[in-house]
Write a protein that binds this ligand. Structure first.
Ligand SMILES: NC(=O)c1ccc[n+]([C@@H]2O[C@H](COP(=O)([O-])OP(=O)(O)OC[C@H]3O[C@@H](n4cnc5c(N)ncnc54)[C@H](OP(=O)(O)O)[C@@H]3O)[C@@H](O)[C@H]2O)c1
Length: 276
């Protein structure tokens, strides 16, 4: 059985490959795919170069693949065409199982970010491939990576009191490896370790660091001005504001324990992630 992992040159794919090995898959049965393949050279598995824009390279890269972890691309505006190439190559390779990294509530989410995920889930369903949708919550790292800014300026955002289903990236990658190695029990997994708001994030940051950090809830327009003032280009500021407004509408709400069940252990909490 050959396990193929796309996005192997990024943090999620790397963590998933490390988890597959920890879960007993021989390194010789794992193949990572990426563009900047030198980034994955130390993983100790076969790495092949393929761009999602290159159907021929994808076909070669997937040859002989048994199970595919399809890590969603990262280029807004191009992803859907790229993802269609990945699905077509998986069909051609006769892949037995595809696990795709989607977003929480992909079927109903009104966030722009969810559009490509929903469309990719549809492509997979219509392809006839046996597929699993790993609807990942937001990585804690999206927020913990901003800790120095929080400590200096506090937390600002337009997410209101919207719930954010989140988890450590490593736990989501481990869950992906679990689905591939154990076999899926169903098609859709909504994956989050816990649900927090920007206000509770501020409280946890305060508790963990001992520095009082507040949360300033802003309108979309106010937040856009803050981001632009911090030097973000207009389109990036719009993208970030759109995410927060989508959170305010409840698109990242979730309940249930899909992640803990897949992991077979409690996932890392936001507090632990911040402390680390
Ligand atoms: N849940 C969340 O909070 C969250 C946050 C950010 C992103 N995401 C999604 O989760 C995915 C994985 O997360 P990550 O942290 O590992 O993201 P990342 O650091 O952006 O890495 C993206 C990976 O996708 C590969 N990739 C992008 N475009 C590609 C293309 N055209 N052809 C082939 N490979 C391509 C990159 O390859 P190279 O490095 O070799 O170019 C890299 O390996 C992201 O791509 C994005 O869809 C989720």
């Amino acid at each position: 059985m050959t396990y193929v992992v796309t996005g192997a040159t990024g943090p999620f794919g790397r963590l998933a490959i490390e988890s597959l090995i920890r879960r007993g898959v021989p390194a010789g049965e794992i193949r990572g795919i990426g563009r900047q393949i030198e980034k994955a050279a130390d993983l100790g598995v076969e790495i092949r170069k393929a761009d999602y824009d290159d159907p021929g390279a994808l076909r070669d890269a997937f040859a002989g693949a048994g199970k595919l972890l399809f890590v969603s691309g990262s280029e807004p505006g191009r992803r859907l065409t790229q993802h269609a190439n990945v699905v077509a190559a998986a069909v051609e390779a006769g892949v037995e199982l595809v696990a795709y990294t989607s977003i929480l509530n992909a079927a109903t989410s009104t966030m722009d970010l969810a559009h490509d995920h929903r469309a990719t889930e549809k492509l997979l369903t219509e392809s006839g491939l046996r597929s699993v949708f790993l609807r990942n919550g937001f990585y804690y790292e999206v927020y913990t990576g901003q800790l120095p800014t929080y400590l200096e300026h506090g937390i600002a955002g337009a997410a209101g009191d919207g719930p954010i289903g989140g988890a450590a990236r490593a736990d989501l990658a481990d869950a992906a490896a679990a689905v591939l190695t154990q076999g899926p029990e169903r098609q859709v997994y909504e994956l989050a370790a816990e649900v927090f708001t920007l206000a509770t994030l501020a409280e946890v940051v305060t508790e963990v660091t001992g520095t009082t950090v507040g949360y300033a809830p802003l309108t979309g327009e106010q937040y856009r001005e803050v981001l632009k003032g911090a030097g973000l280009p207009d389109e990036v500021a719009d993208f970030v504001v759109g995410i927060d407004l989508g959170i305010a509408e409840g698109n990242l709400a979730t309940s249930g324990d899909d992640l803990a069940k897949l992991l077979g252990r409690p996932p890392v909490s936001l507090r632990e992630a911040l402390a680390q």
